[in-house]
Design a protein around this ligand. Structure first.
Ligand SMILES: [Fe+2]
Ligand SMILES: [Fe+2]
Length: 391
């Protein structure tokens, strides 16, 4: 058989050597890790719902990017994925991120300096690397760069980044950079048109939140308006709690932060579903009723183990029954769209409950039985709707 004609490939260009390549990924690692850490800290304090929604999604994107960059570092520096510490120039940028005194200052630096600097360095990297010899870096960078550009479009800020290529900055291999933790949260921020009151919306009765025969499924339009408005706020509180869990515990394994980022995104997505449902099906809007932070505060007051036990392994675990019940009743009543909302809330609750078991057990040395015993103990402190009474 004659050999088929094959087009002649372009010559190899070489690109970066492995060490320079690894240094570039180490610099990206530091920017992305700090963005995940600080966005997790600030998300609760960003008032505008639309910004919070976008931040939750970007947080999850960036957490996954860190995972991929760590993996690439491991491949290039086998058997270590240790990224060293950033040199003085990159540290100065990271310090500006940490120095923000308000959510808008943080967003200015994150979206006006850090993300543009990251995108610029990745574009330089993509241009210079050899796409054949270093195809794994090519694939990774194309994906992360496209996401960074999208993030900037979605949370537009002026580009104030210095014209330096942060990928080429020195890395101090024998040093480590610790992450600073912000002051504890007093309470989350909401759009300025939202009424925050000590008791929240008085229309919401306990029966909406009970499991078993006493549960009341909201079927009338008026009660559905109040119910979904309250649920939208509860979703935001859940996102904020997960983000703060991540921010306040930089010592936890990386996968914990990815799980918290994913759940944070899920919860802000749920809030968006309710926002759309209210506008399109229920003819009401975010801000029509009061909200309250009593429940958020009662859970936030616990340490990480307590929060996982009472929120993920109790509140979310019990909500699964109610979502399933609501779906069934709403289908019977001929309300298929709202029933489908509960079908997806239920599906998303499964990994959220698992986050409780996974990381609660981790905190107890991997002992799942000890964690389940802790959950049982803490549940003694709850009232009939699942709200802690002893705090
Ligand atoms: Fe949710
Ligand atoms: Fe959830």
């Amino acid at each position: 058989m004659s050999r088929p004609e094959r087009p002649r490939p372009a010559p190899l260009k070489g690109g970066y050597d492995v060490d320079d390549n690894a240094i570039r990924f180490s610099n990206y690692f530091h920017v992305l890790r700090e963005l995940v850490h600080l966005t997790s800290g600030w998300l609760a304090l960003v008032p505008a719902f639309d910004d919070k929604l976008r931040l939750g999604e970007h947080l999850h994107d960036d957490a996954r990017a860190v995972t991929k960059v760590r993996r690439r570092l491991y491949e290039l520096r086998h058997p270590s994925d240790y990224p060293g510490a950033p040199g003085p120039e990159l540290s100065a940028l990271l310090e500006r991120l940490n120095a923000a005194q308000s959510p808008s200052q943080y967003l200015d630096v994150a979206y006006g300096e850090a993300k543009p600097a990251l995108a610029r360095a990745m574009a330089i990297h993509l241009d210079a690397l050899d796409p054949v010899i270093d195809e794994p870096s090519l694939r990774l960078l194309e994906q992360v760069l496209e996401r960074q550009r999208r993030h900037r479009l979605e949370l537009g800020r002026d580009d104030r980044c210095a014209p330096i290529d942060i990928g080429g900055l020195e890395i101090r291999l024998r040093e480590q950079r610790p992450l600073a933790v912000m002051a504890p949260l007093a309470e989350p921020a909401r759009d300025d048109f939202i009424a925050v009151t000590p008791d929240g919306d008085p229309y919401l009765s306990d029966e909406l939140y009970l499991n078993g025969e006493e549960n009341h499924v909201p079927l009338e339009r008026e009660e559905q308006r109040h119910f979904f408005h309250g649920l939208m706020d509860a979703e935001l509180c859940a996102a904020e709690l997960m983000a703060r869990n991540s921010h306040e515990h930089p010592e936890m394994p990386w996968d914990f932060h990815v799980d918290m980022a994913r759940q944070c995104w899920d919860e802000v997505r749920h809030a968006r579903v309710h926002d759309v449902l209210m506008a399109t099906e229920l003819h009401c809007a975010w801000g029509d009723y009061a909200i309250g932070f009593d429940y958020f505060r009662s859970i936030y007051a616990y340490d990480l183990l307590g929060r996982l036990a009472l929120f993920n392994s109790t509140s979310e675990q019990r909500a699964m029954w109610r979502h399933s019940h609501r779906r069934k009743v709403l289908l019977e009543q001929g309300q298929p769209i709202i029933a489908t909302v509960f079908d997806y809330l239920l599906a998303d609750e499964v990994p959220h409950v698992h986050n409780g078991v996974r990381w609660g057990s981790h905190l107890l040395g991997g002992d799942e039985q000890a964690y389940r015993a802790k959950v049982r103990d803490l549940r003694q402190e709850l009232d009939r709707t699942g709200k802690p009474v002893a705090t």
